[in-house]
Design a binder for this molecule. Structure first.
Ligand SMILES: [Fe+2]
Ligand SMILES: [Fe+2]
Length: 280
């Protein structure tokens, strides 16, 4: 099973550039082309939030116009820049967002790895939370299938990245309690998040937590005391989570890759079917 994770696409109004500089619609189109070129094709594309820069029906329709070109299914998680009502207007009840409840959380249950999509948004705030209601919902979902390998996904990273800029703080409330929930369910093989616009890995609740890269504008690696948040011209990327039957000595496991998106020229083939085809 191959799961592609995209995040923080920050689609803006047609023809607009985010911060006057970043054509996020073009960046997403390029990402869609790169995903469609993958062989084997992924089973699912999961978006871990901040679909639009300022959530609105118009922007979600613009997003839909681009991802309609994906040749594989996709699923959506809201981020702090998203608007639940507008998101439901465009996607609610569809396979991409099979819910319209107070919190936009749901389970993807048809793949070898179960994916529990959580809603960590606090309306009007950049950081997120996992309140008691949402944690109880997650705990109940995890109790349903204790023997299925499971990914828990939410927009806000539940760990502190060390990046001191204000919008990289992740969960404002409920982080330690979420760790307790995850720790009680050892089928959780990964916690996936977005929000920090660069790939970051940390231990969390007895498992591995990973914040995925952005397809739009990466944040710089700023960990200084002056608490600066920067945008840098590093390549956008997506993550590929591969559930492999022989990933570990004792059996199956989830292996995570980060794939930059861009034109890097023609690849140089060194081996084919294990045989050397080029040896300078
Ligand atoms: Fe974002
Ligand atoms: Fe965010």
């Amino acid at each position: 099973m191959l799961l592609v994770q995209i995040s923080d696409t920050h689609i803006d109004a047609s023809g607009e550039r985010v911060y006057g500089r970043f054509d996020t619609s073009f960046a997403l189109k390029r990402t869609v082309t790169a995903i469609n070129a993958m062989r084997p094709a992924p089973d699912l594309v999961l978006h871990t939030g901040d679909i639009a820069s300022h959530g609105s029906v118009e922007r979600y329709e613009a997003f839909r116009d681009i991802v309609d070109d994906l040749e594989v299914p996709f699923a959506l998680i809201p981020g702090n820049h998203d608007d639940r009502v507008a998101l439901c207007t465009v996607f609610g009840g569809s396979p991409a967002l099979p819910t319209t409840g107070e919190f936009l959380h749901y389970v993807i249950d048809h793949l070898p790895v179960r994916i529990i999509c959580c809603d960590s948004v606090i309306v009007g705030e950049a950081p997120g939370e996992m309140c008691a209601n949402r944690r109880e919902w997650l705990d109940a979902r995890l109790q349903e299938a204790p023997d299925r390998p499971t990914i828990v996904a939410l927009h806000h990273p539940p760990f502190y990245s060390g990046m001191t800029g204000s919008s990289a703080k992740g969960l404002k409330r409920g982080g330690p309690e979420l760790a307790d929930v995850i720790r009680r369910h050892d089928q959780v093989i990964r916690v996936l998040a977005g929000h920090v616009h660069r790939p970051i890995t940390a231990a969390f609740g007895g498992t591995i937590a990973f914040a995925g890269p952005t397809t739009s504008y990466p944040f710089g690696l700023d960990m200084g005391s002056d608490r600066v948040l920067t945008i840098v011209s590093e390549p956008p990327a997506f993550a590929v989570h591969a559930w492999l039957p022989d990933a570990a000595p004792d059996g199956a496991g989830l292996v995570t890759h980060v794939q930059p998106v861009g034109d890097w020229g023609q690849p140089l083939t060194l081996l084919r079917e294990g045989r050397v085809v080029r040896n300078d």
